[in-house]
Design a protein around this ligand. Structure first.
Ligand SMILES: [Zn+2]
Length: 353
């Protein structure tokens, strides 16, 4: 998953690409819902504290059935009379765009971050580098787009919908999960899990975006092992990307698709991002048509178009394979070294840690 900021930017750009100006203006009044929706199933991955947890649905939605779950969440919202420019709709538009950006950026991110492979213990240090690279990409995109650092930007207004997930959004999500994820169908605690996921995700966003500088310091001096502290640092945005570390690949160096066919590519992150806009906008338009249809009888064909536009393939690449490939190729950037440096700096600011 590209990280919070990339997803928020991409949702904003996608609706601007897809819908008339006035509609975009109204949807932006629900920017919290749009931005939270843009985090897609990542909110489930943040569900590490509250029980029962929805963690399993995070991985599941990244692997399969994303389009079906979204399409039925949208049908449920329609049946409950959702305003096509209102809060629940904004959430669904954002949610649709998450899949597309994930699919377009993941091959590059996986190649440049590497991954932990159980059969190769020497790769243990790569474990959290995927998440760290995503935060670095966020920071670089933020600098390019607004000229600011993450710590100086009010991001919470794009992520926080209050203490509880609004019921209409929760119900739509539950409906989608219930219809397509076998485990969810028989899960008596599904509703509770969805609410818990939001609560934990919100806790994380508030920790990471309310006072980022303080959060970084707290992570560097937190309890647990060195490795645990490093891990906490990987999910906080650094304020700058070191000169010379071209995380956006603006120099267009070659990289390879991590999958066995290993195509050589050289796109930059902004190029991949732009390329993802058309397919993402198609998903938004399809959703908009579904939510604005005056005839309930037409919902079913619209539902199909949403499903086709968003697709059910996994979110690790944009080739829409039937099965997720086994990643082979990578060439990690020196991210671990950067993380160690960051940690040393933070510790030096606070001798006696
Ligand atoms: Zn994701």
């Amino acid at each position: 998953m590209p990280s919070q900021l990339a997803h928020v930017f991409f949702a904003i750009d996608s609706i601007a690409h897809a819908l008339p100006k006035d509609a975009v203006k109204t949807i932006m009044q629900h920017r919290g819902a749009l931005g939270l929706g843009a985090q897609g199933p990542d909110i489930f991955l943040h569900n590490r504290r509250s029980k029962p947890s929805a963690l399993r649905y995070g991985a599941r939605l990244h692997r399969a059935d994303y389009g079906s779950v979204l399409a039925d969440a949208a049908v449920a919202a329609y049946r409950r009379g959702a305003d096509p420019l209102g809060q629940t709709a904004a959430y669904l538009y954002g949610f649709a765009t998450h899949a597309t950006l994930d699919r377009f950026l993941h091959p590059y991110i996986n190649y440049c971050s590497g991954w932990f492979d159980r059969d190769r213990p020497e790769t243990a240090t790569l474990r959290a580098m995927h998440a760290f690279l995503e935060r670095l990409i966020d920071t670089a995109l933020m600098r390019a787009r607004h000229g600011t650092a993450p710590s100086a930007t009010p991001l919470l207004e794009y992520l926080d919908l209050g203490a509880e997930l609004p019921e209409s959004i929760a119900r739509a999500l539950q409906r989608g999960l219930h219809a397509h994820i076998p485990g969810a169908r028989t899960d008596p605690e599904l509703a509770l899990r969805v609410h818990n996921a939001y609560r934990d995700a919100r806790g994380y966003y508030r920790w990471a975006h309310h006072d980022l500088t303080a959060a970084r310091r707290a992570a560097a001096r937190s309890h647990g092992s060195h490795e645990q502290r490093m891990r906490r640092l990987t999910i906080l945005h650094p304020d700058a990307v070191p000169v010379g570390l071209d995380v956006l690949n603006l120099r267009r160096r070659r990289w390879r698709d991590p999958c066995p066919d290993g195509r050589t590519r050289n796109e930059s992150v902004p190029q991949l991002y732009r390329r993802a806009l058309d397919p993402a906008a198609a998903g938004v338009v399809a959703l908009y048509r579904l939510l604005t249809t005056p005839h309930a009888a037409e919902v079913s064909p619209h539902r199909r178009v949403v499903l086709q536009s968003v697709g059910n393939s996994d979110l690790s690449d944009h080739y829409h394979r039937r099965l997720r490939c086994r990643k082979r190729f990578s060439r990690p950037l020196p991210l671990r070294r950067l993380l160690e440096l960051l940690y040393t700096e933070l510790s030096a600011e606070h001798p006696g840690l």
